[in-house]
Design a protein around this ligand. Structure first.
Ligand code: SF4
Ligand code: SF4
Length: 280
């Protein structure tokens, strides 16, 4: 049977919070029984946007990671809830029944992703429903996906065999696979948030003036093995991304025109800007 899956491309997320606001617009003050009770205006977010800065000046970037409920196939919250208050629909959505879950505050801490919040006024645990009430009305996507201006979120209803193909084709990953909860939210380009880069720029001096070294070759080595090689762009910039944090020492070999080549050692911490490599 086809099931819903949410695919989030971290490289496309600009951190605009449109998804967050669309969720608020849909759910604050609005009961959608039997799927959800109204979300409070404050103190609750059914999608969280985490932000991480990487590198050092002047080579920096920012990655944003939208984190909703993962609608896990092996959900700890379902196991924790008494009275069958949390259940999975036939098409893959995990729902907290707002009536049955009343008073069960212990549900909040059962989610390793921190996706459940407590509604004090309604005395109930709450989380993202993937706008199940709209899907029941024939919508093809929840409000967050509809509101995303960059196409960072996709919502697809497909068989699990197709999901496996998509994982392989698009290098999709789940967040915290070590939790073993079987998320139905998949991330593309997750390295943009979780991994590190080594980057910088190359310049050269000619007739007393400094210019960007476009077309320089920069090779990255680890334990004497070449990992990757890139060509600098028209600003002389280069970047090696998707490197493990605190993964130790790397070597850069830089060649530009007929200048004598340079070798630089880099100790990688949480993203490393090498600064300007100048050929004179
Ligand atoms: S992410 Fe948390 S709340 Fe959502 S289904 Fe998984 S365990 Fe339950
Ligand atoms: S609406 Fe799209 S781009 Fe904006 S924060 Fe949400 S996922 Fe990111």
């Amino acid at each position: 049977m086809a099931k819903w899956n949410l695919i989030i491309d971290v490289a496309k997320c600009e951190g605009c919070y449109n998804c967050f606001l669309a969720c608020k617009d849909e759910h604050v003050d609005n009961d959608f029984l039997p799927y959800s009770a109204a979300q409070p205006k404050h103190g609750s977010h059914w999608i969280n946007i985490l932000t991480r800065e990487r590198g050092q000046f002047p080579t920096v970037d920012v990655a944003n990671l939208p984190v909703p409920c993962m609608h896990c196939d092996n959900a700890p919250c379902i196991k924790k809830a008494g009275n069958d208050a949390i259940y999975k629909t036939g098409d893959g959505i995990v729902i907290i029944d707002p009536l049955k879950a009343g008073g069960q505050k212990e549900i909040v801490n059962s989610c390793p992703y921190g996706a459940i919040s407590w509604n004090e006024e309604k005395n109930v645990a709450q989380k993202c429903t993937l706008c199940a009430h709209l899907l029941a009305d024939g919508w093809k996507e929840p409000r967050c996906v509809q509101a995303c201006p960059t196409g960072a979120m996709r919502f697809v209803k497909v068989e699990d065999t197709r999901v496996k193909q998509m994982i392989a084709e698009e290098n999709l990953e789940v967040l915290h696979p070590e939790y073993k909860t079987g998320p139905r939210v998949y991330y593309k380009n997750l390295y943009r948030y979780l991994k590190c880069f080594i980057g910088g720029d190359v310049a050269f001096k000619k007739d007393g003036a400094v210019d960007c070294a476009e077309g320089a070759t920069v090779a990255l080595f680890k334990n004497s093995q070449k990992i990757s090689e890139v060509i600098t762009d028209n600003y002389g910039d280069y970047k090696f991304d998707n490197l493990e944090e605190n993964s130790g020492r790397y070597t850069l070999e830089i060649a530009f025109k007929d200048y004598e080549g340079k070798t630089i050692e880099v100790d990688l911490a949480a993203g490393k800007s090498v600064g300007t490599i100048l050929f004179e």
